[in-house]
Structures are given as C-alpha cells and as structure tokens.
Design a protein around this ligand. Structure first.
Ligand code: F6R
Length: 259
C-alpha cells in the first residue's frame, strides 16, 4: 500500500486527478470506478479542468459507480446519479451510454446486481477504482462485517452512515436505508485502487485502514491486501498515523529513485 500525505485537500485531490488523468491518456478505453460524497468533489473538479484545458477526453472512457440508494429516482437531488451528473458528467465529453450506476427500476435487485457484475467484466474490468472512506470503515456501502469476498448486492445501511449522510437530505425528507453497492470482492478486482482521505474527521478511519488489522469489521482495511492500492490523504486525515514520518520518508525515496 502506498501512502501519500499532502498538505491540503486541494493537493491531495489534484494528485488523485493526475493519476486518473494519466490512466485515461495511457489507455485507449479506460474503465473508471467512481465514488460520490464529499471527499471526491475536488478530484472531479480537477478532472473537469483537465478536460477543459484539452489535456484529456472522456469520449472512450467507461465509468462504474460504486453505489446507489434504493428507492430514489435518478433525478432526485440526493440520488448518486444526480450527484454524478451535477458534479462531473455534465461537464465533460463522456458518452452517457458508457456511464453505469447500480440502479434498479423494476424491483429485480438480484438481476440488477448480477448484470452490473457482468457488465464490469464485459468492459474489461475496472482500471482505477476511486474510493472514499466512511468513518465506520465502509468502502462503497460495504458496512462493517460485510464479507471481504462480497459482490454487488443490496446492503442495509448502518445508523452511523445514515446519520453521516443526513446532512445531504432536507429535514423531514425520507432518507433511504438501503443501497445497492459493489461488493468488496468486486472492488478488490480493480487493477488499481485510489482511496482519498480528506479532513480531520477521517483521521481515525485512515489510521485504521493503513495500520489496523485486516478485518471485515473495518472493511477499508482489506485494501492492505491489494497489490496496487494508493491512499492519498491531506495532513489532517493523516494526523493519527503512527508511522507518519516513515510514510513521508518512503515517498521521498520513491520520488528520488523511482521517477
Ligand atoms: C460513496 C461511497 C462512500 C463514501 C464514504 C465517504 O459513493 O461509496 O463509501 O465514499 O461514505 O463519504 P464522504 O466522502 O462524503 O465522507
């Protein structure tokens, strides 16, 4: 696991956008796994900037989002489809036919989830999976105790996730308690994983992901077993790392000898 500690959320997000941008430039038909939430917003902004400056094009890019709430229509302001269109897709040249979000419109959740898995495979698998981290350790909506081999399925959200995300919903607005999410096994098949940790409130989760024991009780810890996982954090999110100085030193060595 590579740990990159940067001074600000802007630097961390630009770093993430550079990795994604390089993947898009290097690969003819890049396949991206995407996340919603607060942590990724600046990364999308940086990618939009690259597109507007004609550094990259999304014409041949395919995207798969990690998750979607059950029971929200695509144009509901809190649906992840709406978030992605608003924050990212409506500002770039992506072909909407190449955008996949695990939505179910006919109540056949099993078929929806199986189709999502087979579509990812048919498109050649995910080249880079962008992730945020829940304060309870979830990646996607794989809540604590999710099987480390799980596949795309419906998950019941924990009370802490519902509370954390309630800030996005209006008072008295019904907030879903179920979501369809890629499984941990699905996420782990991505060729590269890029987890973003932004802000002081993520410091404990980040320390656990990097330095804690691998356990389904804190799903993000599974990334320690991925052969190409990068955790990019700002200094606030890094503040509980026991080996803080070691990660800084290692990255200096990487810059010196590997670039
Ligand atoms: C979002 C997702 C979640 C978030 C996580 C962090 O698609 O799958 O796992 O990445 O809840 O959310 P923020 O970034 O809002 O703190």
């Amino acid at each position: 696991m590579r740990v990159i500690i940067l001074q600000s959320k802007l630097e961390a997000s630009n770093f993430a956008a550079n990795i994604i941008g390089k993947c898009i430039s290097d690969k003819e038909k890049a396949v991206l796994g995407l996340a919603t939430g607060g942590s990724t917003i600046l990364t999308y902004e940086a990618l939009i900037k690259k597109y507007k400056q004609k550094q990259i094009s999304f014409k041949s890019v395919t995207t798969f989002n990690l998750d979607e709430y059950v029971g929200l229509s695509p144009n509901h302001p809190q649906s992840y489809r709406h978030y992605m269109n608003n924050q990212f897709f409506d500002h770039i040249d992506i072909n909407y036919k190449n955008v996949f979000i695990p939505e179910c419109f006919d109540d056949d959740y099993l078929a929806t989830c199986e189709k999502y898995e087979s579509t990812i495979k048919r498109r050649g698998g995910i080249d880079i999976q962008l992730l945020g981290i829940g304060t309870n350790g979830h990646i996607g909506f794989n809540e604590p105790t999710s099987s480390l081999n799980s596949r795309t399925r419906v998950k019941t959200l924990t009370q802490s996730t519902i509370e954390n995300n309630s800030r996005f919903f209006k008072e008295n607005e019904t907030q879903p308690s179920l979501a369809i999410t890629m499984g941990i096994g699905t996420i782990m098949e991505a060729k590269q994983i890029l987890l973003l940790g932004i802000g002081q409130h993520k410091s404990k989760a980040i320390a656990e992901v990097i330095e804690g024991p691998v356990t389904s009780f804190f799903p993000g810890t599974v990334l320690q077993q991925h052969k190409n996982a990068i955790v990019v954090v700002d200094k606030h999110a890094a503040s509980d790392l026991k080996l803080y100085d070691y990660y800084i030193h290692t990255e200096e060595m990487n810059q010196k000898y590997m670039c």
